[in-house]
Design a binder for this molecule. Structure first.
Ligand code: ADP
Ligand code: MG
Length: 240
């Protein structure tokens, strides 16, 4: 059976998805992905060499510009699966420190925001992007002053919306990539209204990644409103 030229977006999408499933195996090390030298060096320094299943199956799709909805259980490595594409997106867009907010990562809790921030500081060490967390319990006035200059913001939904509503120096107009981590939990916690309002404040021309432990009905509904022609990737454990 010969190679058929994709004649519609649907075909193209099916083809991308097929490539992932069949060829994910070739991504046995992070070096096999077409990543910037800086990201490769950051991963190496942090001691990451071999991608996990969810990383193997989503990173290539994400760094080639697709919207991706990924599901894999807790502990499967979703943090790198979302952070690597964030770094690559800004790098490809030649983002510099002076360009302001380029990437937004939303996560349900303060603890998760801090964890993501710490991993970002490790693997992003060779890049020159600034990053910060926006979480309840810190001083808003202090955040307001610094926020205007941060390139990568990791936030909980309530606090992010507070800044969008009240902080006139905070702009998401240039945001290139939105990531929603633990999307299922965010929705379970009752943040649906906040997420909808946040999305309304973001430019339409952007990439969006959604990650969760399970692809629930709610996650699919959210994907419908905040992603554009997304690829769904679900990693299940195989019985040994
Ligand atoms: P999840 O977000 O899916 O719950 P995490 O991203 O928090 O999972 O990762 C769980 C653990 O696995 C962390 O301790 C992390 O450092 C580790 N980990 C993630 N990816 C890799 C990898 N490619 N190689 C080795 N360890 C990894
Ligand atoms: Mg996680």
């Amino acid at each position: 059976k010969g190679q058929k030229c994709p004649d519609s977006a649907d075909n193209l999408r099916a083809q991308y998805a097929r490539i992932t499933a069949e060829e994910a195996a070739r991504f046995q090390s992070f070096d096999a992905f077409p990543l910037s030298r800086r990201t490769i060096d950051g991963l190496r320094d942090a001691g990451f060499t071999k991608p996990t299943d969810i990383q193997r199956q989503t990173i290539y799709l994400s760094i080639t510009g697709n919207d991706v909805v990924g599901a894999a259980k807790t502990g499967s490595g979703k943090t790198l699966a979302l952070l690597i594409p964030v770094l690559e997106c800004l790098w490809k867009n030649k983002w510099s420190r002076d360009d302001g907010l380029g990437a937004l990562i939303i996560t349900p809790t303060r603890e998760l925001a801090v964890q993501i921030f710490q991993v970002l500081n490790q693997i992003g060490a060779h890049h020159d992007f600034s990053a910060g967390v926006l979480i309840g319990g810190t001083d808003v006035a202090f955040e307001k002053k610094r926020l205007a200059t941060v390139n990568i913001v990791i936030a909980t939904p309530g606090r992010l919306l507070q800044h969008m509503d009240e902080n006139e120096t905070f702009s998401c107009d240039l945001c290139q990539i939105l990531v929603v981590d633990e999307a299922d939990r965010i929705l379970d916690m009752g943040f649906t209204r906040q997420i909808n309002s946040i999305i309304e404040n973001l430019p339409r021309e952007r990439q969006t990644l959604l990650f969760s432990a399970t692809q629930t009905r709610n996650v699919k509904d959210l994907a419908r409103i905040c992603t554009n022609d997304p690829l769904f990737v679900s990693v299940h454990e195989h019985a040994q």
